[in-house]
Ligand binder design. Structure first.
Ligand code: NAI
Ligand code: MG
Length: 335
């Protein structure tokens, strides 16, 4: 039996409920799990004076993979910043993966099976912004490097091969941003030459935003820079069921942190109303990352089946609470 050490970061709001649900599902698989729990978020800040204790980073480093819930970031607390950005930067989690697959439910468009691979460390998100004059002019720097662009390009092509995809689409805006987006484009196209068996095409980001609505089934793997990937991945998730189902992974060289895309949904917290499927699908991504492909598929299939059966939470038109929805998935996993 395989054996893994997993770091759980429940966080705030519905985070603990959806992480408990995902843990329940993992628990019934034929794996010897060792759980390590870490503090993160607003609650941690109130108890410990920091939203991301160094101890938590150490725990993540010492584990085979991490499953993270969500954190609350109050907008009106001076100098308080979300720990999520620091988490990604400190651990150099340079690839953000966002799969989107059609679900057997009327809210989802059919025929979609794509993954957005987003560069997670640079672009306009490096935080180099300044205000000039009397606050009437704000300037931000977009940083793109050949190294990070090639690195994310390799993630995209390797993922395509591993998942049996045949096409990678490089999304950029090199016609206007000739140096920054241009460097990204050239770097990824150079990597594409190393993968002659995977077809590679390119698309401008505005065209891609339009094509995702017009004909999303044309896409398999989309690789793009940080800001474009942030926007396109939220757009794409709405084609296949939205936040209750959107899962993601943040991957570095020796680390993977998996998390539902949704936030802490304070209005639902403590009420057993949150949809646990996004967290459960994030756990399936974690299994895939660990090399447990069969188990990952088993969990995914179980999720698809409960959706078909309508054994889901209210956001998907069902009647189940968080815990009962997780138990329904477990019922299917056991079949
Ligand atoms: P949110 O994702 O928490 O909620 C948006 C809407 O979706 C709400 O109506 C919520 O009830 C619903 N929703 C979210 N997850 C759901 C689930 N699992 N099942 C059913 N319904 C669900 O985003 P919002 O409201 O903008 O932010 C709330 C807090 O979460 C804020 O403090 C924000 O900073 C934080 N946040 C944290 C993120 C993270 O930890 N990665 C990501 C996004 C927001
Ligand atoms: Mg976002």
């Amino acid at each position: 039996m395989s054996e893994y050490r997993i770091c759980l970061l429940p966080g705030d709001g519905i985070g603990p409920e959806v992480i408990a649900a995902a843990q329940m599902v993992l628990q019934v698989l034929p794996v010897n799990w060792h759980w390590v729990e870490g503090d993160i978020g607003w609650g941690a800040y109130q108890r410990l004076g920091t939203p991301l204790p160094d101890e938590t980073l150490e725990k993540i480093r010492s584990c085979d993979a991490t499953l993270f819930g969500a954190v609350t970031t109050p907008p009106d607390v001076a100098n308080y910043r979300s720990p999520v950005l620091r988490l990604r930067q400190e651990l150099n989690l340079y690839a953000n993966l966002r799969p989107c697959r059609s679900i057997p439910h009327p809210i989802s468009r059919p025929g979609i099976n794509l993954v957005i691979v987003r560069e997670n460390t640079e672009d306009l998100y490096v935080g180099r912004e300044r205000v000039e004059g009397e606050g009437t002019r704000a300037v931000g720097e977009m940083v793109i490097t050949r190294e990070a662009s090639e690195r994310i390009g390799r993630v995209a092509f390797e993922l395509a091969i591993r998942r049996g995809f045949t096409k990678v689409t490089v999304v950029h805006k090199a016609n206007v941003l000739r140096e920054t987006s241009g460097l990204f484009r050239r770097s990824v196209l150079r990597v594409a030459d190393e993968y002659p068996r995977v077809q590679c095409n390119e698309m401008l980001v505005d065209t891609c935003a339009m094509e995702l609505i017009r004909a999303p089934e044309q896409f398999q793997v989309i690789v793009t820079t940080n800001l474009f990937g942030d926007i396109l991945s939220d757009e794409a998730s709405m084609l296949v069921g939205g936040l209750g189902l959107a899962a993601s992974g943040n991957i570095g060289d020796r680390m993977g942190v998996f998390e539902p895309v949704h936030g802490s949904a304070p209005g639902l917290a403590g009420k057993d109303r949150a949809n646990p499927l996004a967290a459960i699908l994030s756990a399936a991504m974690l299994l895939d990352y660990l090399g447990e492909k069969t188990l990952a598929e088993q969990v995914e299939q179980a999720v698809w089946r409960v959706i078909e059966l309508g054994q889901v939470t209210e956001d998907l038109g069902g009647k189940l609470g968080t815990r009962a929805a997780a138990l329904a998935v477990i019922g299917q996993v056991r079949k």
